[in-house]
Design a protein around this ligand. Structure first.
Ligand code: IPM
Ligand code: MG
Length: 365
């Protein structure tokens, strides 16, 4: 009997279901070529879960994820749930499941397909092959927060009224585990790690620096440098191909990964993996969101989720050959000139989500 792996699917909202369906068909074909099979359990998350259970992250969803080999997620959120109580917003589910599964390392590769150089708004993006390693379950996303009435006033006498705050805080242990992971990835690549922080202003960034310099001693073959986040956002535009691995905090990684996505031509191409301790299920999702404006129109690019499925096979199931097959198929379809709406040049014909998926399936062998 062939090996069977259990995958939890959380399709979510907007274009989530369309792109997850696409990735499932591609994963299934790669698995059948590789001689193993995948068993799926579908669970609710985000707006879809709020509508049917009142909660964005039902307990059954968490339990299913914990008992699976890996999780594939579409996207959550949409205007329908924008005005509900923030404590049950769809985005809460995303943060909740990341925390529940202990997914501290978010890997966001931003690789430029040379054929799409025209789709990039940046002139010299050719050759860009960047891996952003984003800390995912700490920092300002999970720090102390609150709102209170304040008696202070502006110099002109205007009362402050309400004050709301969020706090960035990181422990040595949290920094060490993500930085070690980043050094390990850098060792297996071009051996260049950049720590991105705001150490000229923030105390927590200074702790990231001292811890990172300490860990660097165990990775003598990796070149380490540092950039302030504002400067990094500028350098990414100016010399995108010169970066190898970036390690950074939750919020900086969130921002820089959207920027990196734009440089590759479309955020619709960017996959991600979120990993915790070895042996625990990882979670895989496209970097793009639920794009409710194009849901159901066939304009969604399935490639980010298909490449996320490849990462799932590689990192959670230990199937690098199957992952390579998928990545090669995507590359060959792009090389052959097939485009979805987001990466087509003006006036050029483009394929729908389903047509693009069919092309990738055809190329997969
Ligand atoms: C991402 C998204 C999420 C984040 C949102 C939807 C909570 O922007 O995965 O990058 O900020 O982490
Ligand atoms: Mg984001």
């Amino acid at each position: 009997m062939s090996e069977v792996y259990k995958i939890t699917l959380m399709k979510g909202d907007g274009i989530g279901p369309e792109v997850v369906d696409a990735a499932v068909s591609v994963m299934d074909k790669a698995a059948s070529i590789g001689g193993f099979s995948l068993e799926y359990e579908e669970c609710l998350i985000g707006g879809a879960a709020i509508d049917s259970t009142g909660k964005p992250l039902p307990e059954e969803t968490v339990a299913s994820c914990k008992s699976s080999d890996a999780v594939l997620l579409g996207a959550v959120g949409g205007p329908k749930w924008d005005t509900i109580d923030p404590s049950i917003r769809p985005e809460r589910a995303l943060l909740g499941i990341r925390k529940e599964l202990g997914l501290f390392a978010n890997l966001r590769p931003a690789v430029m397909f040379d054929e799409l150089a025209d789709a990039s708004p940046v002139k010299n993006a050719k050759g860009m092959d960047l891996l952003i390693v984003r800390e995912l379950i700490g920092g300002i996303y999970f720090g102390d927060r609150g709102t209170y009435d304040c008696i202070e006033k502006l110099p002109d006498g205007t009362p402050f009224g309400k004050v709301s705050y969020d706090t960035e805080s990181y422990s040595q242990a949290e920094i060490r585990r993500i930085v070690k992971a980043a050094f390990t990835y850098a060792s297996g690549r071009r051996k260049h790690l950049t720590l991105v922080d705001k150490a000229n202003v923030m105390e927590s960034s200074r702790l990231w620096r001292t811890e990172t310099m300490e860990i660097a001693k165990s990775f003598p073959d990796v070149t380490l440098d540092f950039l302030y986040v504002d400067n990094c956002s500028m350098q990414l535009i100016g010399r995108p191909a010169s970066f190898d691995v970036i390690v950074t905090s939750n919020i900086f990684g969130d921002i820089l990964s959207d920027e990196a996505g734009m440089i590759t031509g479309s955020i619709g191409l960017l996959p991600s993996a979120s990993l915790g301790d070895p042996g625990k299920p990882g979670l895989y999702e496209p970097v793009h969101g639920s794009a409710p404006d194009i849901a159901g129109t066939g304009k969604a690019n399935p490639i980010a989720t298909i490449l996320s499925a490849a990462m799932l096979l590689r990192w959670s199931l230990g199937k690098p050959e199957a992952a390579d097959l998928i990545e090669d198929a995507v590359r060959s379809v792009i090389r052959s000139g097939f485009r979805t709406a987001d990466i087509a040049s003006q006036g050029e014909n483009y394929l729908t989500t389903e047509q693009m998926t069919a092309k990738i399936l055809e190329a997969l062998k």
